[in-house]
Design a protein around this ligand. Structure first.
Ligand SMILES: [Zn+2]
Ligand SMILES: [Zn+2]
Ligand SMILES: [Zn+2]
Ligand SMILES: [Zn+2]
Length: 306
């Protein structure tokens, strides 16, 4: 296929060029999550599939290459992302130019591959191009940490993230499907520094994130409370929740369906899918002397019977 194919690996090992390109999601590509391909077909089919899969790994970023696949004038292949970042071939250092490797692209299209989250439980097999789309939507893919207010790049399954929220973000954990919270803010005029709080509720064998925060919606300072479900969207829709805030004879309620934590915290917030209280209204509902904000939020989560 590619000229110099048989010496490919040996050359890569001896050629220690640091291109300064970080591997993307290499943790799943490289191995522990993907079993050494067990694919359908004969034994010979399996081994040739593995050879092709190895050929499809970009020598720079180690990711699986997708169309367009590029090559140097000597036939060494690399992915299009890396091709746009480096000037010379990682193997032979020849100047790259802009050469496609159509043969390898065609071979790739005939491949069938397991999902990269196979070890997390996904049993599906995909065509080479279908696989990329699938993996971005695979229900076994890890979740992002649901904590708001700080950039956190931790990912994992739900039990792992619950432990992470508890130990690393010191998030309050509560058992039960009803709750009463009081949020106090001493300077209600100040929402410039967005305030946010997260509490996790454990009920019905699942975990729910209650977000409460202050931010500016356009020019208007608002408070917002909403719940996200720690699990996928399909399971999230089985639940309903209500939030109620009130004092001194006034009350606002909200009933909604929790969004999955697959939807980012900001996405849910910006879609305004929750209880939104204008600051002036919040001061009425807080019942205090308007010098401090004291919101009593009562809530309940229940399961809709199908
Ligand atoms: Zn690459
Ligand atoms: Zn080359
Ligand atoms: Zn999958
Ligand atoms: Zn986190």
């Amino acid at each position: 296929m590619t000229p110099g194919c048989s010496t490919y690996e040996a050359i890569i090992e001896s050629c220690n060029v640091d291109y300064g390109i970080a591997p993307e999601s290499v943790e799943f590509r490289a191995s522990p999550y993907r079993k050494s391909s067990t694919l359908n077909g004969s034994k010979r089919g399996i081994s040739s599939n593995i050879v092709v899969q190895e050929l499809l790994e970009c020598p720079i970023c180690m990711n699986v290459m997708h169309r367009p696949i590029h090559q140097c004038p000597n036939g060494h292949t690399l992915c299009s992302k890396c091709q746009s970042k480096v000037r010379c071939c990682p193997i032979c250092r020849h100047e790259l130019g802009n050469i496609r490797c159509l043969a390898l692209e065609c071979v790739a299209e005939s491949l069938e591959l397991p999902c990269k989250y196979q070890i997390l439980g996904c049993q599906d097999i995909f065509s080479y191009h279908g696989q990329l789309w699938h993996e971005q939507n695979c229900k076994f893919r890890p979740y992002n940490c649901p904590y708001a207010g700080a950039e956190c790049h931790v990912t994992g399954d739900i039990p792992f993230l619950v432990a992470h929220l508890k130990s690393d973000h010191k998030v309050d954990m509560h058992d039960g499907s009803t709750f009463n919270h009081i949020y106090v803010k001493f300077n209600p005029q100040d929402v410039e520094n967005a305030m946010w709080m997260l509490t996790v509720f454990n009920c019905y064998g699942h975990q729910f994130c209650l977000h409460f925060e202050a931010f500016n919606l356009g020019m208007a300072p608002v408070f917002m409370a909403f719940i996200r479900f720690m699990g996928d969207d399909h399971d999230a829709r089985k639940f309903t929740y209500s939030l109620e805030v009130g004092a001194s004879g006034r009350k606002m309620t909200w009933q909604g369906i929790p969004k999955s934590i697959r939807d980012s915290h900001t996405k849910v917030r910006d879609s305004m899918d929750g209880l939104i209280i204008q600051r002036n209204m919040a001061l009425f509902l807080s019942g205090g002397n308007r010098q401090e904000l004291k919101l009593k939020v009562a809530g309940r989560i229940w399961k809709e019977e199908a």
